[in-house]
Design a protein around this ligand. Structure first.
Ligand code: SIN
Ligand code: FE2
Length: 217
């Protein structure tokens, strides 16, 4: 298919790229499971819909989010936290499906982190213009475990810096099927997503979806 050929060329480059000690980009790692992943994301969103949450500072996030796992990440005027219940429904979050769990574990292992057992998966949905400012993932109790991040849909520019907010950031293009893993000395690296450029993806339309797996509690 022409679209496949195009995507293949777009992600040409080394299959594996080290971003920093403890951080690796596995190009196309999730690609062969694209259809199943998207179907599962739709099923989760039917139970726990995407929503644009409020930051503690009172700004509505441009990224719409939901979660699955024994806890999900939430933000509101009182702060950021992991919560066992979806505040919209008062119900537990959907469980992490085996497909997700296996993918996260395999990617972590490929990156050198054995036995990764995530208990939370944050699902981010970006539309053109949406972004995620530079931040650290540090609401998790277990920072001995890595973060595994799966990109689907429209390409994005991933910013990856150091342990200080002011450290220089490198920019990487993440396309459909790419997986980034960061842990060990990179676990608390600052990272973010530049405003999403408009485009049309063959499977996801004008959207990018990102899954991040964490060991939160
Ligand atoms: C995140 O930092 O939680 C999301 C990163 C991404 O969307 O790739
Ligand atoms: Fe993050």
């Amino acid at each position: 298919m022409a679209a496949d050929l195009f995507d293949g060329l777009e992600s040409a480059g080394p299959a594996r790229q080290q971003l920093a000690p403890g951080a690796v980009l596995l190009r196309g790692f999730a690609r062969s499971q694209q259809a199943e992943l998207i179907a599962v994301i739709e099923a989760i969103a039917a139970q726990a819909p995407f929503r644009r949450m409020m930051t503690p500072g009172g700004h509505q996030m441009s990224v719409a989010m939901t979660s699955c796992g024994s806890c999900g990440w939430v933000t509101d005027r009182t702060g950021y936290r992991y919560d066992a219940l979806d505040p919209e429904s008062g119900q537990p979050w959907p469980a992490i499906p085996p497909l997700f769990r296996d993918l996260a574990e395999q990617a972590a292992s490929e990156a050198g982190f054995a036995d990764f057992a995530p208990d939370a998966c944050l699902i981010n949905r970006y539309e053109p213009g949406a972004k995620m400012s530079l931040h650290q993932d540090r609401d998790e109790r277990d920072i001995g475990a890595p973060i595994v991040s799966v990109s689907l849909g429209l390409p994005a520019t991933f910013l990856f810096g150091g342990l200080k907010r002011t450290d220089k950031t490198q920019r990487y293009r993440l396309v459909h099927g790419d997986v980034v893993v960061w842990g060990g000395p990179a676990r608390l690296a600052f990272h973010g997503i530049a405003p999403l450029a408009d485009g049309e993806h063959a499977l996801l339309g004008r959207r990018r979806i990102n899954l991040t797996f964490r060991r939160a509690r």
